[in-house]
Design a protein. Structure first.
Length: 228
């Protein structure tokens, strides 16, 4: 064996020899001598098997050829590249999991449902699709998990006095609001936003109306979109 290997280019034949489904990330090759008749070409393929496991393929023209120090160094570098690759993939997967854990919300305007009611009874508005609301208006902010199927963009007449159609989602899911998680929210024009008022959970509409009507008389001329 020569003291120093010489690098050589390789073609696609080495890739075809690898397992079916092998995803190649990096390719290197070297030869053991300048003498083409005596040289042994060794190809190194760094990649991921079809089952997701990292692997380094070493392909030999001569199966008895020794793995010289340069080849050993290449294998170590391959391992490092694979570790970096897998670390990056793990970070990406973690970001996706965290994103999936972030709650999605829909809103039941009017707040007529209670925690024991199934979500299938709710008109589920998205944040940008909710009707404009007066100061003191009540809504339920309902958590929508990833496994809950929504039928979107039903056009139904809602608040006919406003003279229009509002889009909302529905679902046939039978889970209750308590099971999914929800908040009672009230429009507060003094703050310019909806605020959580969970002290109203479980109370009848008349009790809530005492608060909302007080706000109504103060700011009954103001309207604001729920998305603000």
């Amino acid at each position: 064996m020569t003291k120093q290997s010489k690098w050589a280019e390789i073609g696609n034949d080495y890739i075809e020899d690898a397992d079916e489904g092998f995803h190649v990330l990096h390719i290197d090759a070297w030869k053991t001598s300048d003498d083409d008749e005596e040289a042994t070409v060794i190809a190194k393929l760094i990649g991921i098997n079809k089952d997701g496991a990292p692997h380094v393929y070493l392909s030999y023209q001569d199966t008895d050829a020794p793995i010289d120090p340069l080849a050993q160094k290449a294998i170590r570098e391959a391992d490092e590249k694979l570790r970096d690759y897998l670390k990056q993939k793990a970070k990406e997967q973690k970001r996706l999991v965290q994103k999936r854990k972030q709650p999605r919300y829909r809103y039941e305007v009017g707040g007529l449902l209670t925690g024991s009611d199934p979500i299938s009874r709710a008109r589920l508005f998205s944040g940008t699709g909710m009707p404009k609301s007066y100061h003191g208006s009540i809504a339920l902010r309902i958590c929508i998990p990833e496994d809950l199927d929504l039928t979107n963009d039903h056009q139904k007449e809602y608040f006919a006095a406003n003279g229009g159609y509002k889009r909302y989602s529905t679902t046939s899911d039978t889970r209750t609001l308590d099971e999914l998680g929800y908040d009672v929210i009230v429009r507060d024009e003094t703050k310019g936003k909806w605020v959580v008022r969970n002290e109203f959970k479980g109370k009848c509409l008349n009790e809530i109306a005492i608060y909302t009507m007080q706000g109504w008389w103060k700011l009954n001329s103001n309207k604001a979109d729920v998305s603000s």
